[in-house]
Design a protein around this ligand. Structure first.
Ligand SMILES: *Cc1c(COP(=O)(O)O)cnc(C)c1O
Length: 434
């Protein structure tokens, strides 16, 4: 399309005059892959239409929340009804109790939960609570895991385990990340060494149990087992950041996937977002009663929010959780997601492209690598130029995957076998060009 008739280009030019980079969250800007972001006009089911009216099969789904697809009738009705009754009150509502009860029923490692408006807010509050409840300052995070953009978490590994992290963003003073220890994902020996050195001072270990912010990397069973054992041994809280995996990889979230193999497995605290809001600004953090009762107004750990437990967002979340709780929902979502990754792997094999893929529930990842990576450094061995060719080849054929090789993908209940097969066929064409 010529630039003067391409509305995506025109909108991007206009956006860049008034919004930094033209976007309100950086990955949307296509900086990693080049080209012009698609401005979304509307979406329905498994598709969205961009500003040129071009249809795309959507494998981002707002980065996870749209697990039912766009515009699910039951969710739409719940949101419309709630909006009529009021947008926000700053006073408690019955629906907040209903959503809290629904979340606790799905994720029984939590006795109590507090609702907030974003995953960032939930993760940041969980860390404050872990520190307040333990009276300790230090935290562990892993390279390649994203827990939102709170200052203390914008950090990369320092030199050696005795030193703590360095900020990854300007505007974050070194003092603010001095208590954050950054370790390699799936590295048991390093984990043990870190606990031996700092275990007595650790408030918590925060982890994406299946990391979706370095594409799709599972914490291995031995690694997860050691995380649990060491946290218990040293009195640090094991915090699962399930903002992405929560109610997405399984109805009971990633912790239920680990509990299949590690009997009785539970984290101490859980952070949720994305799916539980069904596409509205809603997130949550929760855990054991004794820890959660440290929060204001009961305890000394302060946390608050004008829009927390918003009536329209809670209606959207509740309707979404009701739909995904129907018998067989996750079985068919998982099967459709597997159809996609198996189809892509088959197409790659036919065309001789090095490829591997994995999925759990409605979340998937694939790599232009011969075997599944175990940590961030291995993920980043992907050939970026090849990935960009793949990305743009798919985009030109109406298939929208994440515009960065370190992001996971998402299938919704609205994706049909025909959508999956169309995607695989597009990928086969593009693999031939690689
Ligand atoms: C998306 C995400 C966050 C941040 O959530 P926001 O709602 O974008 O602030 C935190 N942790 C994980 C694992 C995420 O995927």
């Amino acid at each position: 399309m010529k630039p003067d008739t391409d509305r995506n280009i025109a909108l991007f030019d206009r956006a860049r005059r008034v919004i930094p980079g033209g976007v309100n969250s950086p990955v949307r800007a296509f900086r990693a892959v080049g080209g012009t972001p698609r401005f979304v006009q509307r979406a329905q089911g498994a598709y969205f239409w961009d500003a040129n009216g071009q249809r795309h099969i959507d494998y981002i789904g707002s980065w996870g929340p749209m697990i039912l697809g766009h515009g699910h009738p039951a969710v739409l009705e719940a949101v419309q009804k709630a909006a009529v009754d009021g947008f926000s009150f700053g006073a408690p509502t019955e629906r907040e109790i209903e959503l809290a009860e629904a979340i606790l029923a799905l994720v029984p490692s939590m006795d109590m939960v507090r609702l907030v408006s974003s995953g960032t807010e939930a993760g940041m509050s969980a860390i404050r609570l872990a520190r307040g409840a333990t009276g300790r300052s230090k935290i562990i995070k892993f390279e390649g895991c994203y827990h939102g953009h709170a200052d203390a978490l914008l950090v990369k590994a320092g030199s050696g385990l005795a030193t703590f992290g360095n900020p990854t963003s300007a505007g974050v003073p070194a003092e603010v990340v001095q208590h954050t220890l950054v370790l390699e994902y799936n590295n048991v020996a390093q984990l043990e060494e870190a606990f031996a050195l700092h275990g007595q001072d650790l408030a918590c270990l925060m982890i994406e149990p299946i990391a979706g912010n370095m594409n799709f990397v599972r914490a291995s069973l031995p690694f997860m087992r050691r995380c649990r054992e060491l946290c218990s041994q040293y009195g640090a809280l094991l915090v699962f950041d399930e903002v992405m995996t929560g109610c997405r990889v399984a109805l009971g979230s990633a912790q239920s996937v680990y509990a299949r193999d590690i009997p009785g497995f539970e984290p101490d605290m859980t952070v949720l977002g994305k799916v539980i809001g069904g596409g509205m600004p809603l997130a949550a953090f929760g855990g054991k009663r004794a820890v959660m009762e440290q929060l204001a107004p009961l305890g000394p750990v302060y946390q608050a929010g004008t829009l927390s437990g918003n009536p329209v967002a809670t209606a959207c979340g509740l309707a979404t959780l009701r739909e995904i709780s129907r018998p067989g929902f996750f079985e068919s979502l998982s099967a459709m997601t597997r159809r996609l990754v198996d189809g892509l792997a088959g197409a790659a094999q036919e065309t001789g492209v090095p490829f591997c893929a994995d999925s759990e529930g409605g979340m998937f990842g694939f790599f232009l690598l011969p075997e599944l990576p175990q940590n961030y450094a291995q993920v980043m061995k992907t050939d970026g130029t090849r990935f960009n060719t793949l990305f743009h080849g798919l985009l030109d054929r109406g298939v929208y995957i994440a515009p960065a090789l370190y992001e996971a993908g998402f299938v919704s209940a609205a994706h049909t076998a025909a959508d999956i097969d169309e995607t695989v066929s597009a990928a086969r064409d593009v693999f031939r060009l690689l």
